[in-house]
Design a protein around this ligand. Sequence first.
Ligand SMILES: [Zn+2]
Length: 214
Amino acid sequence: MYLILLGAPGVGKGTQSKYLVESKGFIQLSTGDILRAEVKAKTDLGIVAKECMDKGTLVSDDIVLNMIKNKLIEISDNVIFDGFPRTLIQAEKFVDILKDLNKKIDKVINIALDDSIIEDRLAGRLVCKSCGKSYHKIFFKPRKAGVCDDCGGVLYQRSDDNLESVRNRLEVYHSTTKPLINYYDKNGILYNLDGNKESLELFNDIVNVLEEDI
Ligand SMILES: [Zn+2]
C-alpha cells in the first residue's frame, strides 16, 4: 500500500509514521533522505542535484520524482511518503510516475487539528538535542526538567517554535496544502482524521482507515 500522511507541523505526523514503521512494517520515504543518498552515491541524478544545491537553486520536481521512482523500483512494500508531494503540481506529476510502475497512491490520511491547538502545542515544544524526542512545557513535561526521559539528552526550544513563526509556518502550510487536500478528496482517497487525540488513539484510527477496503 502507498500512503500519504498530511498534517500541519505539530499534529504528530512524525509519531504516527514511526508507529506505522514499527508495528505495521511500513517503509518511510523521505525526499530529503533520498536526495542525500543519491548525492552521496554520485548517481547521475545525484550529480545534477548536487549542482543545483551548490548553486543554491531548488532541485527540480522532475529530478526528485525520478529519484523516488528509482527508489520505488527497489522496494515494493508498504510505503509512507513523507514530505512529498508538497504541491498540487507535484501530486499530478507523481500520478504519471506511479502509472509507469503500475502503482497508485492508495490512501491519503489528513490529520486535522485547529490552528489554535497547534499554536499551543508548538509554542511550548521542547526537543531533545540527542534523540529528537519532543516534549511540552505544559502538556508533556519530562520527568526531570530540561532532560530527556529516554536518553538523558539536553532539551531545548527550537528557534522557530515561537508563536509568530508558528503562525507563519501554519499559513504557508495551509496555502500549499489546501489544493492538495481538495485534489485527493476529488479522487476519493482522502480520509480526514481528528488530530485532537492521544497519539495511540489516533494511531488506532489510522489503522482502521488502512484496514478499510476501498
Ligand atoms: Zn533524548
